[in-house]
Design a protein around this ligand. Structure first.
Ligand code: GLU
Length: 377
């Protein structure tokens, strides 16, 4: 049985393993203090899920907001990267203590895992993090994950815990991701508009769905907003994982939303194999290959990308990096692991395979991006 509707998230036969993401605005009050009572209610819900036979992984924000208040930094600690990093270092200790204490009060063991984007983008490190998560769950602990903001630099940050949660769900082989937000879910237009309608179910994060998101964070405290949540839904759907957005601002928010069917569920459209799901969920692309319409048609038929169809090479990438594959209009068609570095791709572009050996001076590979290493958008 798989997750098909909101209520399934509380059913261990459909949702054996759940990732629960809690944002800064829910965890930290306007006074900069942790919202302890609210969190105690949520932790009781986590404990109930555990008793019900479900594994729960928590992705918790709040380090920057808590630390900024303690250090007295302006703009909630987000005025500069250095401020955010310092704030996170101070806030993370408090955050870990809070989770550890509240989970402990329910007889549960908290385990802290701080991850950077690179930990999940590099295949070896990703498998390593996945193994740690798996072992912790097996041992009965509740992993509490956050981005390691104190060392993550701007270029290599997730920056929002929504996408982090979707990536963690992949690594933990979870069945669903539950994002606690400050709105009920995705609306078909700006929720401030009286005609706005909550969408109970979305199948496929299309351009039309993206257009519904207004972007930006309502609270001004977190950094996610609806755009990041949709990106998270895309990562999850590729891995066959359902993603749900519910309103976390109530007491016992999970029971309210799942019981009342109030929220938006993004149903997965397909289930790529584990490796392709990881590849498709990669966030950082090193460059692009622009291709002609013949090559685009070949990709759509499941073929590899050959050099003849490449018209432009952008960015500085090395063999084995993940690159975007775009059409002449700039529309992203696919992403995949490239077999040559950027300079070699520039030499080979537009040239037939028979010429490659001579151009390169060594035996060429069968494709520039092999179909086994390629994921269509
Ligand atoms: N990792 C950040 C923190 O702990 C929050 C990122 C987000 O707002 O999603 O403060």
């Amino acid at each position: 049985m798989s997750v098909a509707r909101l209520a399934d998230l509380a059913d261990p036969s459909a949702c054996r393993r759940l990732v629960l993401k809690v944002g800064s605005a829910l965890l930290v009050g306007k006074d900069g203090k942790a919202r302890r009572d609210w969190l105690a209610g949520l932790v009781a819900e986590i404990a109930a899920a555990r008793r019900n036979g479900q594994d729960v992984v928590v992705v918790s924000s709040g380090a920057i907001a808590l630390g900024a208040a303690t250090l007295g930094l302006p703009k909630g600690g987000r005025a500069s990267l250095a401020d955010a990093q310092a704030a996170a270092a101070v806030g993370q200790i408090a955050l870990a203590e809070l989770w550890s204490e509240l989970l402990g009060g329910q007889g549960l063991i908290a385990a802290q895992l701080l991850l950077t984007l690179e930990d999940l983008e590099d295949r070896r490190r990703y498998l390593n993090a996945a193994a740690t998560l798996g072992r912790l769950l097996e041992a009965g602990a509740v992993p509490v994950v956050n981005e390691n903001d104190s060392v993550a630099t701007q270029e290599i940050r997730f920056g929002d815990n929504d996408r982090l949660a979707a990536r963690v769900a992949q690594a933990a082989r979870a069945n669903a991701v539950l994002l606690l937000s400050d709105v009920d879910g995705l609306y078909d237009r700006n929720p401030a508009d009286p005609d706005a309608r909550l969408l109970p179910q979305v199948r496929g994060v299309t351009a039309e769905v993206h257009a519904m998101a207004t972007g930006g964070s309502g609270s001004g405290m977190g950094s996610g907003g609806m755009t990041a949540k949709l990106q998270a839904a895309e990562i999850a759907e590729r891995a066959g994982i359902a993603l749900v957005i519910i309103n976390g601002t109530f007491e016992n928010p999970v029971a309210r939303a799942l019981g009342g069917g109030i929220g938006t569920i993004f149903l997965p459209r397909r289930r790529d194999g584990a490796r392709k799901a990881w590849l498709g969920g990669r966030i950082r692309l090193k460059g692009s290959l622009v291709i002609d319409t013949g090559a685009a048609e070949a990709l759509a038929l499941g073929k590899s990308l050959l050099a003849t169809g490449i018209t432009e090479v952008e960015g500085d990438f090395a063999r084995g990096d993940v690159v975007a594959i775009r059409d002449g209009e700039g529309y992203m068609l696919a992403q995949g692991l490239v077999e040559y570095d950027a300079a070699e791709c520039a030499l080979l572009k537009g040239r037939r395979s028979g010429e490659h050996g001579e151009i390169l001076g060594y035996a060429p590979r069968s494709a520039v991006v092999h179909r086994d290493q390629l994921v269509l958008k």
